[in-house]
Design a protein around this ligand. Sequence first.
Ligand SMILES: Cc1cc2nc3c(=O)[nH]c(=O)nc-3n(C[C@H](O)[C@H](O)[C@H](O)COP(=O)(O)OP(=O)(O)OC[C@H]3O[C@@H](n4cnc5c(N)ncnc54)[C@H](O)[C@@H]3O)c2cc1C
Length: 382
Amino acid sequence: MSIEKTPITILGAGIAGLAAATALAQRGASVTVLEQASELGEVGAGLQISPNGVAVLGALGLRERAAMLANTPEAVSLRDMASGREVARLAMGATAVSRWGRPYWQFHRADLLGLLAMGAREAGVTVRLGQRVDSIADIDGLVIAADGVRSGVRADVFGGQPAEFTGQVAWRGLIPAGAVPGKIANAATVYMGPGRHLVTYPLRGGSMINFVAVEERKDWAEEGWNIPDTPENLRAAFADSAPEVRGLLKRVEETFLWGLFSHPWLPEWHKDNVALIGDACHPMLPFLAQGAVMALEDAWVLARELDTRGIAAGLVEYERLRKPRATRVQKAAATNATAYHLRPGPLRGAAHLGLSMVSNLAPSALLGKYDWLYGVDVTAGK
Ligand SMILES: Cc1cc2nc3c(=O)[nH]c(=O)nc-3n(C[C@H](O)[C@H](O)[C@H](O)COP(=O)(O)OP(=O)(O)OC[C@H]3O[C@@H](n4cnc5c(N)ncnc54)[C@H](O)[C@@H]3O)c2cc1C
Protein backbone atom coordinates (compact mmCIF):
# COMPACT_ATOMS: atom_id res chain seq x y z
CA MET A 1 0.00 0.00 0.00
CA SER A 2 1.34 3.47 -0.86
CA ILE A 3 1.43 6.51 1.41
CA GLU A 4 -0.96 8.41 -0.89
CA LYS A 5 -3.67 5.80 -0.30
CA THR A 6 -3.20 5.29 3.44
CA PRO A 7 -4.34 7.82 6.05
CA ILE A 8 -1.51 8.45 8.50
CA THR A 9 -2.09 9.42 12.13
CA ILE A 10 0.84 10.56 14.23
CA LEU A 11 0.60 10.64 18.01
CA GLY A 12 2.60 13.50 19.49
CA ALA A 13 3.58 16.90 18.13
CA GLY A 14 7.13 16.77 19.46
CA ILE A 15 10.26 16.91 17.33
CA ALA A 16 9.76 13.40 15.90
CA GLY A 17 6.03 13.73 15.23
CA LEU A 18 6.16 17.12 13.52
CA ALA A 19 9.23 16.30 11.44
CA ALA A 20 7.76 12.98 10.28
CA ALA A 21 4.42 14.63 9.50
CA THR A 22 6.11 17.28 7.36
CA ALA A 23 8.33 14.81 5.51
CA LEU A 24 5.38 12.53 4.77
CA ALA A 25 3.00 15.30 3.71
CA GLN A 26 5.68 16.75 1.41
CA ARG A 27 5.71 13.34 -0.29
CA GLY A 28 1.94 13.39 -0.82
CA ALA A 29 0.60 11.64 2.30
CA SER A 30 -2.52 12.73 4.16
CA VAL A 31 -1.32 13.23 7.75
CA THR A 32 -3.05 14.13 11.02
CA VAL A 33 -1.06 14.81 14.19
CA LEU A 34 -2.80 14.37 17.56
CA GLU A 35 -1.12 16.13 20.49
CA GLN A 36 -2.28 15.96 24.09
CA ALA A 37 -0.96 19.39 25.07
CA SER A 38 -3.20 22.37 24.45
CA GLU A 39 -0.28 24.40 23.09
CA LEU A 40 3.09 23.61 21.58
CA GLY A 41 6.46 24.32 23.11
CA GLU A 42 5.50 24.78 26.73
CA VAL A 43 8.75 23.18 27.91
CA GLY A 44 11.28 25.97 28.29
CA ALA A 45 14.66 24.47 27.60
CA GLY A 46 17.42 24.49 25.04
CA LEU A 47 18.08 21.95 22.33
CA GLN A 48 21.40 21.51 20.60
CA ILE A 49 21.03 20.34 17.03
CA SER A 50 24.28 19.00 15.61
CA PRO A 51 25.09 19.10 11.86
CA ASN A 52 23.45 15.71 11.20
CA GLY A 53 20.16 17.16 12.51
CA VAL A 54 20.62 20.40 10.58
CA ALA A 55 20.80 18.23 7.42
CA VAL A 56 17.22 17.11 8.10
CA LEU A 57 16.00 20.65 8.79
CA GLY A 58 17.50 21.61 5.43
CA ALA A 59 15.86 18.72 3.59
CA LEU A 60 12.50 19.73 5.11
CA GLY A 61 12.99 23.21 3.62
CA LEU A 62 13.36 24.89 7.02
CA ARG A 63 17.05 25.73 7.08
CA GLU A 64 16.88 29.46 6.36
CA ARG A 65 14.19 30.11 8.93
CA ALA A 66 15.98 27.87 11.43
CA ALA A 67 19.17 29.90 10.96
CA MET A 68 17.31 33.00 12.13
CA LEU A 69 16.25 31.29 15.36
CA ALA A 70 19.49 29.47 16.11
CA ASN A 71 22.48 30.34 18.21
CA THR A 72 25.76 29.16 16.65
CA PRO A 73 28.28 28.42 19.41
CA GLU A 74 31.95 29.05 18.74
CA ALA A 75 33.04 26.00 20.72
CA VAL A 76 32.32 23.22 23.14
CA SER A 77 34.38 24.00 26.22
CA LEU A 78 35.08 21.26 28.78
CA ARG A 79 36.01 22.72 32.16
CA ASP A 80 36.98 21.54 35.62
CA MET A 81 34.05 22.32 37.89
CA ALA A 82 36.03 23.26 41.01
CA SER A 83 38.48 25.67 39.36
CA GLY A 84 36.65 26.68 36.19
CA ARG A 85 39.86 25.91 34.26
CA GLU A 86 39.37 24.87 30.63
CA VAL A 87 40.46 21.26 30.13
CA ALA A 88 39.66 20.95 26.43
CA ARG A 89 38.02 22.94 23.66
CA LEU A 90 36.37 21.74 20.47
CA ALA A 91 35.95 24.47 17.90
CA MET A 92 32.45 24.62 16.43
CA GLY A 93 31.27 27.69 14.41
CA ALA A 94 32.97 27.68 10.99
CA THR A 95 34.94 24.54 11.93
CA ALA A 96 31.72 22.52 12.18
CA VAL A 97 30.65 23.69 8.73
CA SER A 98 33.98 22.90 7.12
CA ARG A 99 34.34 19.51 8.83
CA TRP A 100 30.77 18.20 8.76
CA GLY A 101 29.20 20.30 6.00
CA ARG A 102 26.64 22.04 8.21
CA PRO A 103 26.57 24.19 11.37
CA TYR A 104 26.09 23.15 14.97
CA TRP A 105 23.05 25.02 16.30
CA GLN A 106 21.28 25.67 19.59
CA PHE A 107 17.59 26.53 19.89
CA HIS A 108 15.00 27.38 22.45
CA ARG A 109 12.81 24.24 22.25
CA ALA A 110 9.67 26.32 21.77
CA ASP A 111 11.27 28.08 18.76
CA LEU A 112 12.23 24.81 17.06
CA LEU A 113 8.84 23.24 17.76
CA GLY A 114 7.09 26.37 16.45
CA LEU A 115 9.14 26.20 13.25
CA LEU A 116 8.44 22.49 12.75
CA ALA A 117 4.73 23.09 13.34
CA MET A 118 4.76 25.88 10.75
CA GLY A 119 6.50 23.57 8.27
CA ALA A 120 3.94 20.84 8.95
CA ARG A 121 0.99 23.16 8.39
CA GLU A 122 2.55 24.54 5.19
CA ALA A 123 2.89 20.96 3.93
CA GLY A 124 -0.84 20.39 4.56
CA VAL A 125 -0.67 18.45 7.83
CA THR A 126 -3.62 18.72 10.21
CA VAL A 127 -2.33 19.31 13.76
CA ARG A 128 -4.95 18.82 16.48
CA LEU A 129 -3.99 20.05 19.94
CA GLY A 130 -5.60 19.00 23.22
CA GLN A 131 -6.12 15.46 21.83
CA ARG A 132 -4.83 12.86 24.26
CA VAL A 133 -4.97 9.39 22.71
CA ASP A 134 -5.39 6.52 25.17
CA SER A 135 -6.04 3.77 22.65
CA ILE A 136 -5.11 3.41 19.00
CA ALA A 137 -7.44 0.43 18.41
CA ASP A 138 -9.98 2.48 16.44
CA ILE A 139 -7.53 4.46 14.29
CA ASP A 140 -7.53 3.42 10.62
CA GLY A 141 -4.48 3.43 8.38
CA LEU A 142 -0.90 3.78 9.59
CA VAL A 143 -0.26 4.92 13.17
CA ILE A 144 3.11 6.49 13.99
CA ALA A 145 3.66 6.76 17.72
CA ALA A 146 5.89 9.76 18.41
CA ASP A 147 4.63 9.97 21.98
CA GLY A 148 7.97 10.34 23.69
CA VAL A 149 10.00 8.70 26.40
CA ARG A 150 6.97 7.44 28.34
CA SER A 151 5.18 6.21 25.20
CA GLY A 152 1.82 4.66 25.97
CA VAL A 153 1.85 2.90 22.60
CA ARG A 154 5.23 1.31 23.34
CA ALA A 155 3.83 -0.08 26.59
CA ASP A 156 0.49 -1.23 25.11
CA VAL A 157 1.50 -2.58 21.71
CA PHE A 158 5.16 -3.51 22.10
CA GLY A 159 5.08 -4.63 25.73
CA GLY A 160 7.96 -2.42 26.86
CA GLN A 161 9.78 -3.48 30.03
CA PRO A 162 9.99 -1.15 33.05
CA ALA A 163 12.76 1.45 32.98
CA GLU A 164 15.57 1.43 35.57
CA PHE A 165 16.71 4.46 37.56
CA THR A 166 20.34 5.20 36.61
CA GLY A 167 21.20 6.79 39.95
CA GLN A 168 21.33 10.21 38.31
CA VAL A 169 19.01 13.18 38.47
CA ALA A 170 18.95 16.28 36.27
CA TRP A 171 17.84 19.87 36.74
CA ARG A 172 17.06 22.19 33.86
CA GLY A 173 16.22 25.83 33.57
CA LEU A 174 16.75 29.18 31.89
CA ILE A 175 18.46 32.24 33.35
CA PRO A 176 18.06 35.77 31.92
CA ALA A 177 21.55 36.66 30.70
CA GLY A 178 21.18 40.22 31.96
CA ALA A 179 21.15 38.91 35.53
CA VAL A 180 24.58 37.28 35.17
CA PRO A 181 27.66 39.46 35.69
CA GLY A 182 30.47 39.37 33.14
CA LYS A 183 30.65 38.31 29.52
CA ILE A 184 28.67 35.22 28.54
CA ALA A 185 30.79 32.82 26.50
CA ASN A 186 29.22 31.83 23.19
CA ALA A 187 29.96 28.17 23.82
CA ALA A 188 28.41 24.99 25.09
CA THR A 189 30.28 24.82 28.38
CA VAL A 190 30.48 21.58 30.33
CA TYR A 191 31.70 21.89 33.93
CA MET A 192 32.90 18.43 34.98
CA GLY A 193 32.91 17.55 38.68
CA PRO A 194 33.02 14.40 40.79
CA GLY A 195 29.67 12.68 40.33
CA ARG A 196 28.20 15.83 38.76
CA HIS A 197 28.31 18.06 35.74
CA LEU A 198 26.68 21.22 34.47
CA VAL A 199 26.08 22.23 30.85
CA THR A 200 25.35 25.84 29.94
CA TYR A 201 24.86 27.71 26.68
CA PRO A 202 23.29 30.97 25.51
CA LEU A 203 20.02 31.14 23.57
CA ARG A 204 18.00 33.71 21.63
CA GLY A 205 20.84 36.02 20.67
CA GLY A 206 22.48 35.63 24.08
CA SER A 207 19.49 37.00 25.98
CA MET A 208 19.16 33.88 28.11
CA ILE A 209 21.30 31.00 29.34
CA ASN A 210 20.11 27.44 29.24
CA PHE A 211 21.43 24.98 31.81
CA VAL A 212 21.18 21.28 32.52
CA ALA A 213 22.83 20.01 35.70
CA VAL A 214 23.28 16.34 36.52
CA GLU A 215 24.05 14.76 39.90
CA GLU A 216 24.59 11.13 40.89
CA ARG A 217 22.25 10.18 43.72
CA LYS A 218 20.79 7.18 45.43
CA ASP A 219 17.33 8.71 45.94
CA TRP A 220 14.91 7.98 43.21
CA ALA A 221 13.28 10.85 41.33
CA GLU A 222 10.41 10.67 38.87
CA GLU A 223 11.06 10.52 35.11
CA GLY A 224 9.54 13.61 33.50
CA TRP A 225 10.67 17.09 32.53
CA ASN A 226 8.21 19.26 34.41
CA ILE A 227 8.65 18.48 38.08
CA PRO A 228 9.54 21.70 39.92
CA ASP A 229 12.36 21.74 42.48
CA THR A 230 13.69 24.56 44.62
CA PRO A 231 16.77 26.33 43.23
CA GLU A 232 18.37 25.96 46.71
CA ASN A 233 18.68 22.19 46.16
CA LEU A 234 20.48 22.81 42.88
CA ARG A 235 22.79 25.39 44.46
CA ALA A 236 23.58 23.05 47.36
CA ALA A 237 24.57 20.28 44.94
CA PHE A 238 27.06 22.61 43.23
CA ALA A 239 28.15 24.58 46.32
CA ASP A 240 31.84 23.62 45.93
CA SER A 241 32.04 24.76 42.30
CA ALA A 242 34.10 27.59 40.82
CA PRO A 243 32.82 31.14 41.56
CA GLU A 244 31.54 31.51 37.96
CA VAL A 245 29.35 28.42 38.39
CA ARG A 246 28.00 29.54 41.76
CA GLY A 247 27.44 33.05 40.35
CA LEU A 248 25.37 31.61 37.54
CA LEU A 249 23.32 29.28 39.72
CA LYS A 250 22.66 32.12 42.19
CA ARG A 251 20.47 33.68 39.48
CA VAL A 252 18.28 30.60 39.01
CA GLU A 253 14.70 31.45 39.98
CA GLU A 254 12.90 28.40 38.62
CA THR A 255 14.14 24.89 38.01
CA PHE A 256 12.82 21.39 37.28
CA LEU A 257 14.28 18.11 38.53
CA TRP A 258 13.78 14.65 37.12
CA GLY A 259 15.30 11.19 37.34
CA LEU A 260 17.33 9.77 34.48
CA PHE A 261 16.21 6.28 33.54
CA SER A 262 17.66 3.66 31.31
CA HIS A 263 15.11 1.90 29.13
CA PRO A 264 15.58 -1.68 28.00
CA TRP A 265 16.47 -2.10 24.34
CA LEU A 266 13.31 -2.58 22.32
CA PRO A 267 13.46 -5.55 19.94
CA GLU A 268 10.71 -4.33 17.58
CA TRP A 269 9.96 -0.82 16.35
CA HIS A 270 6.94 -1.70 14.21
CA LYS A 271 4.08 -4.16 14.33
CA ASP A 272 1.23 -4.45 11.81
CA ASN A 273 0.11 -0.86 11.10
CA VAL A 274 1.96 0.75 14.04
CA ALA A 275 5.46 2.23 14.08
CA LEU A 276 7.46 3.90 16.83
CA ILE A 277 9.74 6.88 16.26
CA GLY A 278 12.00 9.15 18.34
CA ASP A 279 12.15 8.75 22.12
CA ALA A 280 9.22 6.31 21.94
CA CYS A 281 11.54 3.63 20.50
CA HIS A 282 15.04 4.68 21.57
CA PRO A 283 14.96 6.90 24.66
CA MET A 284 18.48 7.98 25.50
CA LEU A 285 20.36 9.71 28.29
CA PRO A 286 20.95 13.39 27.53
CA PHE A 287 24.79 13.27 27.66
CA LEU A 288 25.40 13.47 23.91
CA ALA A 289 22.58 15.92 23.05
CA GLN A 290 21.24 13.58 20.35
CA GLY A 291 17.66 12.61 21.34
CA ALA A 292 16.02 15.29 19.22
CA VAL A 293 18.60 14.90 16.47
CA MET A 294 17.93 11.17 16.23
CA ALA A 295 14.19 11.97 16.15
CA LEU A 296 14.81 14.21 13.11
CA GLU A 297 16.87 11.50 11.39
CA ASP A 298 14.19 8.86 12.13
CA ALA A 299 11.51 11.12 10.67
CA TRP A 300 13.31 11.62 7.39
CA VAL A 301 14.26 7.96 6.92
CA LEU A 302 10.78 6.71 7.84
CA ALA A 303 9.09 9.06 5.36
CA ARG A 304 11.55 8.21 2.58
CA GLU A 305 11.26 4.44 3.05
CA LEU A 306 7.45 4.48 3.28
CA ASP A 307 7.30 6.60 0.15
CA THR A 308 9.74 4.60 -1.95
CA ARG A 309 8.83 1.05 -0.82
CA GLY A 310 5.22 1.26 0.32
CA ILE A 311 4.00 0.83 3.89
CA ALA A 312 4.87 -2.78 4.74
CA ALA A 313 8.37 -2.93 3.19
CA GLY A 314 9.06 0.67 4.17
CA LEU A 315 8.51 -0.07 7.86
CA VAL A 316 10.93 -3.01 7.70
CA GLU A 317 13.59 -0.93 5.99
CA TYR A 318 13.13 2.02 8.37
CA GLU A 319 13.80 -0.22 11.34
CA ARG A 320 16.72 -1.96 9.64
CA LEU A 321 18.40 1.34 8.77
CA ARG A 322 17.77 3.23 12.00
CA LYS A 323 18.20 0.70 14.78
CA PRO A 324 22.00 0.20 14.63
CA ARG A 325 22.71 3.94 14.55
CA ALA A 326 20.24 4.84 17.29
CA THR A 327 21.57 2.01 19.47
CA ARG A 328 25.16 3.19 18.99
CA VAL A 329 24.15 6.71 19.99
CA GLN A 330 22.27 5.43 23.06
CA LYS A 331 25.43 3.61 24.20
CA ALA A 332 27.73 6.55 23.47
CA ALA A 333 25.46 8.90 25.45
CA ALA A 334 25.55 6.59 28.48
CA THR A 335 29.37 6.45 28.38
CA ASN A 336 29.76 10.24 28.42
CA ALA A 337 28.38 10.55 31.95
CA THR A 338 31.15 8.31 33.30
CA ALA A 339 33.81 10.44 31.59
CA TYR A 340 32.36 13.71 32.93
CA HIS A 341 31.86 12.46 36.51
CA LEU A 342 35.31 11.02 37.36
CA ARG A 343 36.29 11.28 41.04
CA PRO A 344 39.56 13.00 42.05
CA GLY A 345 42.47 10.58 41.68
CA PRO A 346 44.99 9.30 39.16
CA LEU A 347 42.33 8.25 36.62
CA ARG A 348 40.74 11.70 36.53
CA GLY A 349 44.14 13.40 36.40
CA ALA A 350 45.28 11.23 33.50
CA ALA A 351 41.97 11.58 31.63
CA HIS A 352 41.95 15.37 31.90
CA LEU A 353 45.63 15.64 31.00
CA GLY A 354 45.07 13.42 27.96
CA LEU A 355 42.07 15.50 26.86
CA SER A 356 43.98 18.71 27.33
CA MET A 357 46.97 17.48 25.31
CA VAL A 358 44.83 16.24 22.41
CA SER A 359 42.83 19.47 22.46
CA ASN A 360 46.01 21.58 22.23
CA LEU A 361 48.21 19.42 20.03
CA ALA A 362 45.76 17.56 17.78
CA PRO A 363 42.37 19.33 17.88
CA SER A 364 41.37 17.63 14.67
CA ALA A 365 41.73 14.23 16.34
CA LEU A 366 39.28 15.33 19.05
CA LEU A 367 36.75 16.53 16.48
CA GLY A 368 37.29 13.30 14.52
CA LYS A 369 35.69 11.36 17.38
CA TYR A 370 32.38 12.86 16.26
CA ASP A 371 32.70 12.24 12.50
CA TRP A 372 30.59 9.04 12.67
CA LEU A 373 27.81 11.07 14.29
CA TYR A 374 27.85 14.64 12.99
CA GLY A 375 29.25 13.79 9.56
CA VAL A 376 26.28 11.63 8.51
CA ASP A 377 23.59 13.10 6.27
CA VAL A 378 20.62 10.72 6.21
CA THR A 379 18.98 12.88 3.54
CA ALA A 380 21.87 12.53 1.06
CA GLY A 381 20.70 11.30 -2.31
CA LYS A 382 16.97 11.67 -1.62
C1 LIG B 1 16.50 19.02 29.47
C2 LIG B 1 16.67 18.27 28.19
C3 LIG B 1 17.63 18.69 27.29
C4 LIG B 1 17.79 18.02 26.08
N1 LIG B 1 18.73 18.47 25.21
C5 LIG B 1 18.83 17.90 24.00
C6 LIG B 1 19.73 18.43 23.03
O1 LIG B 1 20.45 19.39 23.31
N2 LIG B 1 19.78 17.85 21.80
C7 LIG B 1 19.01 16.76 21.48
O2 LIG B 1 19.09 16.28 20.34
N3 LIG B 1 18.14 16.23 22.39
C8 LIG B 1 18.04 16.77 23.63
N4 LIG B 1 17.15 16.27 24.54
C9 LIG B 1 16.35 15.11 24.17
C10 LIG B 1 15.16 15.53 23.35
O3 LIG B 1 14.43 16.53 24.00
C11 LIG B 1 14.25 14.34 23.07
O4 LIG B 1 15.02 13.25 22.62
C12 LIG B 1 13.24 14.73 22.01
O5 LIG B 1 12.37 15.71 22.53
C13 LIG B 1 12.47 13.50 21.55
O6 LIG B 1 11.47 13.93 20.67
P1 LIG B 1 10.14 13.09 20.53
O7 LIG B 1 9.32 13.82 19.53
O8 LIG B 1 10.46 11.67 20.30
O9 LIG B 1 9.45 13.15 21.96
P2 LIG B 1 8.85 14.39 22.73
O10 LIG B 1 9.62 15.61 22.41
O11 LIG B 1 8.77 13.97 24.16
O12 LIG B 1 7.39 14.55 22.16
C14 LIG B 1 6.37 13.64 22.46
C15 LIG B 1 5.03 14.34 22.29
O13 LIG B 1 3.99 13.40 22.39
C16 LIG B 1 2.94 13.94 23.16
N5 LIG B 1 2.18 12.82 23.71
C17 LIG B 1 2.61 11.90 24.61
N6 LIG B 1 1.61 11.01 24.88
C18 LIG B 1 0.56 11.38 24.11
C19 LIG B 1 -0.76 10.83 23.95
N7 LIG B 1 -1.17 9.75 24.62
N8 LIG B 1 -1.61 11.45 23.09
C20 LIG B 1 -1.21 12.56 22.40
N9 LIG B 1 0.03 13.12 22.54
C21 LIG B 1 0.90 12.53 23.36
C22 LIG B 1 3.67 14.77 24.20
O14 LIG B 1 2.82 15.74 24.78
C23 LIG B 1 4.79 15.39 23.37
O15 LIG B 1 4.41 16.59 22.77
C24 LIG B 1 16.99 16.89 25.77
C25 LIG B 1 16.03 16.45 26.69
C26 LIG B 1 15.88 17.14 27.89
C27 LIG B 1 14.85 16.66 28.87
